[in-house]
Design a protein around this ligand. Sequence first.
Ligand SMILES: Cc1cc2nc3c(=O)[nH]c(=O)nc-3n(C[C@H](O)[C@H](O)[C@H](O)COP(=O)(O)OP(=O)(O)OC[C@H]3O[C@@H](n4cnc5c(N)ncnc54)[C@H](O)[C@@H]3O)c2cc1C
Length: 468
Amino acid sequence: MANPVAVIVGAGPAGTRAAEVLVAHGLRPIVLDESPRSGGQIYRRQPASFRRSHTQLYGFEASRAERLHRVFDRFDSAIDHRPGTLAWAITEGQVHTARHEDGVTATVNYDVLFLATGAMDRIIPVPGWTLPGVYTLGAAQVALKYQGCAIGQRCVFMGTGPLLYLVAYQYHKAGAEVAAVLDTSGWASAMRHGAGLLNAPAAMAKGLYYVAALKAAGVPIHKGVLPLEVQGQATVRAVRFSDSGGRERTIECSAVGLGYGLQSETQLADLAGCTFAPDSLSRQWLPQTDGDGLSSVSNVYLCGDGARVRGADYAEAAGALAALSWLQRQGRPINEQALQPLRSKLQRGLRFATALQRVFPVPHHLLSTLPGDTVVCRCENITLDGVCQAPHGPQNNDVNRTKALVRVGMGRCQGRVCGLSAASAMAQRQESSLPLPSLAQRLESIGRIRGQAPVKPLPVAPSGAKAP
Ligand SMILES: Cc1cc2nc3c(=O)[nH]c(=O)nc-3n(C[C@H](O)[C@H](O)[C@H](O)COP(=O)(O)OP(=O)(O)OC[C@H]3O[C@@H](n4cnc5c(N)ncnc54)[C@H](O)[C@@H]3O)c2cc1C
């Protein structure tokens, strides 16, 4: 192939490093990202007119953010960069795009595709989670990082995972009142699996620092909680939960940041025809790749958190490795000595990510504690009972069938928000009717909501009209 067209979806750490390698080997990749500027989630850039310093914006990550931005800016003119452009579908050898600004659509042919689409918050419903004033942890962070505003004056952060403490710390540092941090993970999992975090000692030290800073500021931190309800009518008024000793407590607040770790954004990989397999620890179906990121489709590579959540450092390594590996398969000369350190780094990242998931396990058991009228699918307003009372049995043991029957996962989010919870709820319901021993096996039998185009909402406008 003389001049292969390489398309990269995602200009975060993984996409940036993949593009850097391709440019260094004489290619001009097309880099698509729905965000207006490069950087991805962690190194998200502020609007061009904002003047906060890297240190103010990224804290401990300032120098890494600066380095990645500099890399991107250096090769910006050597790539075909299309910011503010959503990749909304993939068909045979083609990516279909729509520009946010004016709704203009395009079809981009590719010879090789690198999907570096990152991750998103994982949500487990709780009564009241659809109230105005409840945000995902990621959205709470985006509000602060991008727009420079807080989600409320007095915030409770609830869920589990490292982002819980990081966002609470960032809010505290920005001057917002953090009323409490409520973590569903208990001390037992931290004691049992904490040593695994030493695979990334710097990341572990940062996590401990955030907790210490919150404690020093007098922010109450409750471990091992059971979330019961977000209270309020027009907006959030309080959070009710049960503490590790089983005592019911209520904390007044004006906003809630909610999240249970991250889940890979895998819809485009699904549309590209990649093979998926269940991952028992994250309880998510993940696209299968070889160690270098090559998927089951011969010209589709998956890298960064979109393939498996490992964090930003490892996403950079994964992007570079995927690009080098593809170049090598093309018979192009590469520095082969660069491959092994990248592979070793990703192995370390996997060990760290595994330890994190054990220290902060996804609390699927919460679904069995929820009242039946709790909304699971907010796009279509489908409750837990609605999911669980769909006709089931040997003929309907599949979450896609339940979707067809009751519309769970059929709305704007296409199941990206509710899909995992719906499948978990089905797995718990089928405990008695299916002769499978573990929840993980039942989840496997239930499957996953398949990716559908458009993977994210598209602007619709009459022909010739300008999209809003
Ligand atoms: C909300 C959120 C907040 C986070 N905050 C932190 C943090 O503060 N500290 C930390 O250490 N880690 C954080 N993480 C994790 C960290 O962001 C990731 O580990 C790291 O950014 C992964 O890099 P990546 O390149 O794989 O993906 P990302 O950095 O997520 O980049 C993916 C890019 O792909 C683009 N994209 C996705 N889908 C499409 C599409 N269909 N069309 C066009 N573009 C698309 C996105 O706009 C994004 O720019 C956060 C993750 C999330 C989801």
